[in-house]
Design a protein around this ligand. Structure first.
Ligand code: NDP
Length: 501
């Protein structure tokens, strides 16, 4: 069943169609069925959305609200999300092809993010600077950064949007949200709720369409103050270069090539089970997926054999398939990309232990299903070890010492996340400290919290989302110095009458 949503751009408080009436069909990655028809914005629509956000911000219609008022708004949005949670989960699983049960978890996480920022808004944001002069009041105040372009990916469309939208609203910013062209439905639902919650006109704007067409103008326009982007490295670099022209602030989350390090002294049952989840959850379409298994040589055969057995047993299926454990890739183009990635790995000398191709099992052949894949005998010089596949592909490398495990774990341009499995607490701490990644899990893989910062070292990005620093991205810091008893500075001598000619 398809959702007809042709008036699906939200600009200046109005739902409208694209200026040239263009539309886009959203098709299920599970079976190609039509799930939605949405407006396809033009660059003119993007410019209108920027103008709307700029006018609303400059008029202070929202930024003048108190922190308490903005927090209450964000809490109301959380309530509305809770009310519509099931409806939104259905939209999300329809666009992404992910199982409904996973989409429900995503929506629950989104609600937590809005609740967290509603609470954080109520904490103290200003600071008094003590000056050794009773006439002086010196204060550090936090102000909204301005107009924000929020550009998100297709793997966790609503969740990634929430990491940007909730702090932007609490901070008092105006924004233009641009979800991936492939997964717009949950963003439409979110903006409807933001409107229903009582957000002033022009503060929240929604643009749908291809990145090159309507995402790029958001990153080059001088009326935009900040770009927060989650997506691929190449796009992130392009955005950063464009944003430099107008010296915009940029916050980038660009994925990772995340090492999952298993030492021989680990709880192997837990480590192996988590290694399987780490890479095959959501068919590997996770920025923090544990796609790089680093395993101590003495346990290599045992660990790999068990992972291969588990990988072969994974049941794939569509949104409503109760027995499915993971779903399809997002698109044909992405499936072909993952396929080429495996071909290249084999050409470079990796050994294929299982998977490596599109599923041939009916009815999965209607969708973009790729078999869980394990590549052994990988080394850091191979592109499969260095490049993100963003698919269900595990590469296996061996190490002989703690130092080698650390060196391998850091031998990547990325630095988003990593894990270390060992029963030796001191070793775990040493390795966690030595790894250059934004999140390290010890004897675990994957958990994150709205209260805890998320983001990457090195090419994985700039800035942090979630936690207090996730709000900080949307704030400018201003120092206000007040002299309660104005006096002359007395620096330069007074000019004597007749001195100046
Ligand atoms: P992109 O980086 O191309 O897209 C992410 C978002 O940016 C989408 O909304 C996209 O729009 C938009 N966009 C694309 N080009 C521009 C531009 N020039 N200016 C502004 N916005 C733009 O990701 P892809 O979907 O193509 O995926 C490519 C790779 O990125 C994946 O294979 C994966 O490796 C990685 N990725 C990483 C994610 C992460 O969480 N870090 C998430 C998703 C992907 P649209 O899609 O509508 O064209």
């Amino acid at each position: 069943m398809s959702a007809q949503s042709v008036n699906s751009l939200f600009i200046d408080g109005q739902w409208r169609s694209a200026s040239n009436n263009s539309i886009r069909e959203i098709r299920s990655p599970h079976d190609g069925s039509l799930v939605a028809i949405v407006s396809e914005a033009t660059p003119q629509d993007a410019a209108d959305a920027i103008a709307s956000a700029r006018v609303s911000f400059d008029s202070a219609v929202f930024s003048s609200w108190s922190w308490e008022e903005r927090s209450a708004l964000v809490a109301r949005i959380a309530d509305l999300l809770e009310r519509d949670a099931e409806k939104i989960a259905l939209l999300e699983s329809g666009d992404t092809g992910k199982r409904l049960v996973e989409a429900r978890y995503d929506v629950a996480d989104v609600i937590s993010v809005f609740r967290y920022y509603a609470g954080l808004g109520l904490t103290e944001h200003d600071r008094v600077v003590h000056v050794d002069d009773e006439r002086i009041k010196s204060q550090i105040v936090s102000e909204p950064v301005g107009v924000c372009a929020l550009i998100g990916p297709w793997n966790y469309p609503l969740l990634q949007a929430s990491w940007k939208v909730a702090p932007a609203l609490v901070a008092g910013c105006s924004f233009i949200l641009k979800p991936s062209e492939l997964t717009p439905s949950s963003a439409i639902a979110l903006i409807k709720l933001i409107d229903e919650a009582g957000t002033p006109k022009g503060v929240a704007n929604l643009i749908l369409g291809a990145g090159a067409n309507v995402g790029a103008p958001l990153t080059s326009d001088k009326r935009v103050d900040l770009v927060s982007f989650t997506g691929g490295l190449a796009t992130g670099k392009a955005i950063m270069a464009t944003a430099a022209e107008t010296v915009k602030k940029v916050a980038l989350e660009l994925g990772g090539k995340n090492p999952n390090i298993i030492f021989a002294d680990a709880d192997l049952d837990a480590a192996i089970d988590n290694a399987v989840t780490a890479v095959f959850l959501h068919s590997g379409q996770v920025c923090s997926a544990g796609t790089r298994l680093l395993v101590e040589r003495s346990i290599h055969d045992l660990v790999v054999e068990k992972i291969v057995v588990r990988a072969r047993a994974i049941r794939m299926g569509g949104p409503s398939d109760q027995s499915a454990e993971t779903g399809p890739l997002i698109s044909q183009g992405h499936m072909e990309k993952v396929s080429k990635y495996v071909e290249r790995a084999l050409a470079e000398g990796a050994q294929l232990l299982t998977g490596g191709k599109r599923s041939t099992l009916p009815p999965l052949t209607k969708g973009w299903y790729f078999e869980p894949t394990v590549l052994d005998h990988c080394v850091t010089t191979m592109s499969c070890v260095q490049d993100e596949s963003f698919g269900p592909v595990l590469t296996v490398e061996v190490f002989d010492s703690e130092a080698e495990a650390i060196a391998l774990g850091n031998d990547t341009i990325y630095g988003l996340a990593g894990a270390v499995w060992t029963n030796d607490t001191d070793k775990a701490k040493r390795v966690a400290k030595a790894l250059h990644h934004g999140t390290i899990w010890i004897n675990d893989f994957g958990p994150y919290k709205a209260q805890a910062e998320w983001g990457g070292f090195k090419a994985s990005g700039i800035g942090r989302e979630l936690g207090p620093n996730g709000l900080q991205e949307y704030l400018e810091i201003k120092h206000v110095w007040t002299n309660t008893s104005p006096a002359r500075s007395g620096w330069f001598a007074d000019a004597q009458q007749g001195d100046s000619k």
